[in-house]
Write a protein of this length. Sequence first.
Length: 245
Amino acid sequence: MEETSLATVFVSEVIGTGLLLLLGCGVVANVSLARSKGAGGGFLLVNFGWGLGVFAGVYGAYKSGAHLNPAVTVGLLANGAGEYAPGVPITAASTLTYLVATVLGGVLGATLAYLAYKKQFDATEDRAVLLGVFSTAPEARSPVWNLTTEVIGTFVLVFVIILFGETPAELGALPVALLVVGIGASLGGPTGYAINPARNLGPRIAHALLPIRGKGSSDWGYAWVPVVGPLLGGALGGLAAAAYI
């Protein structure tokens, strides 16, 4: 099979992750910001919005295997796979390409969501709500237990994604989207289920850089939890899938 260039991988992952974060941050904005038609739509709407964001992102990043998530990249690495996607061998350069592209896509998608909801951001005064559009926050702040929640949720994500690839139906956008909805509905309550370092780090960077009226702190003191937790969970999911398969 012809090898896929790292430039193609980079652009593909930026596009796919950008779509994911545009729709994901967008549904949170719709539900939580003032003067939005979806205000008060509830957490289940957020779950489905993120799932559909994944659905769109997978198609947007089809050329690179649609990682959309550094935890998936780390999980495949831990799993012992020979390629990240057809035509994309696992190397230090390809690993770095996926990691950088997904974070950059996160910044891009969150920025586009901000532009789409600019007037609603201007009408919202609660700083926690403003930050909540961009990044997750725990309902009960306890770094050890918040980290545990993220590890468990991401373990489920990566373990099942790898198993999807072993089934006759193989891996597709809809199964992954439904998996994300299920994780959010079942395990999302304690921390808001980042389960993706790029989903949290990229938008948090956007929050720090964008001229959001009255935005306050980007809460960098918590930022390590939704990065380290998903990376640990992804690695454990990849290792467990390798042992199981």
